[in-house]
Write a protein that binds this ligand. Structure first.
Ligand code: HPA
Ligand code: ZN
Length: 328
C-alpha cells in the first residue's frame, strides 16, 4: 500500500469545478449548446490564467441549469472522490449557479444534491456536507442574497458559508454583512484569501470576517507575524497545492510552502479545488506531496486529523468519519 491509498478528508472542492469535462460536454450535447471553445483538442478544459479559468468555469455552468443536472453532477463527483479514497468531503455550492440566487429555486437544487449525496453515501460510503459560497466578483449585494439562501437552509447538511471568485476585486470587509448573516444562522465560516491576494488578504479574512478556515492562505508564508497569528488563532488552511502550481503561484510541489507552514505550526489540510481543471485528484495530491517532502503515512494521518477537527460537521458525523479513517 502507498500513501495515495490512505483514506482521505477533503475540505475545499468547488462543486461545478469538479465536473469532469466529458460530463459537461455530454450535457452540452443533450441541450444543443456549443461549448467547444472551452475545451482543448485533448478534451480537457482550456484556460490561460486565473481570470480566464473563472470565465471558462462560468461558461461550463451554462449547461448546469436544473436540479436534475446537479443530481447527476453530484453522483459523478462523489463516485470520483470515493474512487480516490475520500471518506468525507465538503463542497462549495453557489446559489448563483443553482437558481440564480432565488431561495425557492435554491431549495429545489439543494434537495436534488442531497438526494444524490444520500445515494452516494449508501453506494460508496462517502459523506458529503455543503458550504454555501458567494462569488466575490459578483459583488457584495449578490453575496447578501447568497447569505440569505445559506441562512434559510442552514442545518446539519449546509453547515458552512464561504466566498470564492476573484480575490483581486474588492476587499474581504465588503462582505461583512453576508458573513455576519451566515454566522448568526449558525454557519461556520471560510473564505478564499492569500491565493492571488497577499498576506494582508489573509489578515483581513481572519480579522474582518472572523473566519475559522481560509481557502488557500498560502501566501501567509510571506509574513512571519501573520504565520504566528494563524497559529495563535488556530486557523485552518484549506491548501490546494496542485491548483496553486497549475495557476502559477509556485513552479512545482517542492517550491510550495505547505511543508513550511505545517512546520511553523499552522493547521494545514490538503484538497484539490477544481480537480479536472487542474489535472489533479486527491490520490495525485498525496503522491506529489510524498515525493516532494518525503511525507509518510503518519504525516498524512496527522493531516487528516487536522482536517477532521476543522470539518464543518456535527460531532456524531465527526465520530463516524473518524472510524472510517481508522479502518485501514
Ligand atoms: N478559486 C477561486 N474561486 C473559484 C475557484 C477557485 O479555485 N473555483 C471556483 N471559484
Ligand atoms: Zn477554491
Amino acid at each position: 500500500m502507498t500513501v495515495a491509498d490512505l483514506p482521505k478528508i477533503e475540505l475545499h472542492l468547488h462543486h461545478e469545478g469538479a465536473a469532469p469535462p466529458a460530463f459537461i460536454r455530454q450535457l452540452a450535447h443533450e441541450k444543443r449548446v456549443d461549448l467547444s471553445g472551452i475545451f482543448k483538442s485533448d478534451g480537457s478544459y482550456d484556460f490561460r490564467d486565473f481570470a480566464h479559468f473563472l470565465s471558462v468555469y462560468e461558461a461550463a455552468c451554462e449547461v448546469l441549469k436544473s436540479p436534475e443536472d446537479f443530481r447527476r453532477l453530484t453522483l459523478a463527483i462523489l463516485q470520483e472522490s470515493a474512487a480516490n479514497g475520500v471518506v468525507y468531503s465538503e463542497t462549495f455550492l453557489s446559489p448563483d449557479f443553482c437558481g440564480g440566487g432565488d431561495v425557492h429555486a435554491w431549495r429545489d437544487y439543494l434537495s436534488a444534491i442531497q438526494d444524490a449525496a444520500d445515494e452516494a453515501e449508501r453506494a460508496y460510503g462517502i459523506t458529503l456536507r455543503g458550504v454555501v459560497t458567494c462569488v466575490r466578483h459578483f459583488g457584495p449585494d449578490q453575496a447578501r442574497q447568497t447569505a440569505l439562501c445559506a441562512a434559510e437552509t442552514a442545518g446539519n447538511w449546509i453547515t458552512g458559508f464561504g466566498m470564492g471568485g476573484n480575490e483581486a476585486i474588492g476587499a474581504q470587509a465588503d462582505f461583512k454583512w453576508a458573513f455576519d448573516c451566515a454566522r448568526e444562522a449558525g454557519l461556520r465560516l471560510t473564505t478564499h484569501a492569500g491565493e492571488f491576494g497577499g498576506p494582508q488578504s489573509v489578515r483581513d479574512a481572519v480579522r474582518d470576517l472572523g473566519v475559522e478556515r481560509v481557502g488557500h492562505g498560502v501566501r501567509a508564508i510571506e509574513d512571519p507575524s501573520l504565520v504566528r497569528e494563524l497559529v495563535d488563532r488556530e486557523v485552518t488552511l484549506e491548501v490546494c497545492p496542485g491548483s496553486n502550481v497549475v495557476l502559477g503561484l509556485f513552479p512545482n510541489f517542492r517550491a510550495h510552502p505547505i511543508a513550511q507552514l505545517r512546520d511553523h505550526g499552522v493547521k494545514v489540510t490538503v484538497s484539490t479545488d477544481d480537480p479536472p481543471f487542474f489535472h489533479t485528484s486527491m490520490r495525485r495530491e498525496y503522491k506529489m506531496l510524498a515525493e516532494a517532502f518525503g511525507w509518510d503515512a503518519d504525516d498524512f494521518a496527522a493531516l487528516n486529523d487536522t482536517a477532521l477537527g476543522a470539518a464543518f460537521c456535527d460531532e456524531e458525523t465527526r465520530a463516524r468519519v473518524k472510524k472510517r479513517l481508522e479502518r485501514t
